[in-house]
Design a protein around this ligand. Structure first.
Ligand SMILES: [Zn+2]
Ligand SMILES: [Zn+2]
Length: 104
């Protein structure tokens, strides 16, 4: 993923947020957005001590509609390859957003 793949500079800044005090974004009070590259999903981090996020459909900063979630397709594509993500090793390109470029 490059920054230009996000809807605006502020979103890119939030998604790529790195803090030198917290390795884990869920532990960092300044981390707001978590982007799942494999599912193309954006979520607001809930700082309740766990790892929950609230999915968002629109960008809170520029208001643009965010890309459609690819979660179902991710599972479909693995199934088509005969891979069970719960049992088998998931190919490296499925660990992030690269699998999407194979389909285009
Ligand atoms: Zn921090
Ligand atoms: Zn935006």
């Amino acid at each position: 993923m490059t920054q230009s793949d996000h809807c605006c500079a502020e979103m890119a800044r939030r998604v790529n947020w790195r803090c030198d005090q917290h390795d884990d974004p869920f532990a960092c009070p300044d981390a707001l957005v978590r982007f799942s590259a494999r599912f193309q999903e954006y979520g607001l981090i809930v700082h309740d001590g766990g790892t929950s996020t609230i999915g968002i459909t629109f960008c809170p900063w520029c208001g643009r509609r965010l890309p459609e979630s690819q979660r179902d397709r991710w599972f479909d594509e693995l199934e088509r390859r005969g891979i069970d993500p719960w049992e088998d090793d998931v190919p490296a390109e499925f660990e992030d957003g690269r699998w999407l470029s194979f389909l285009r």
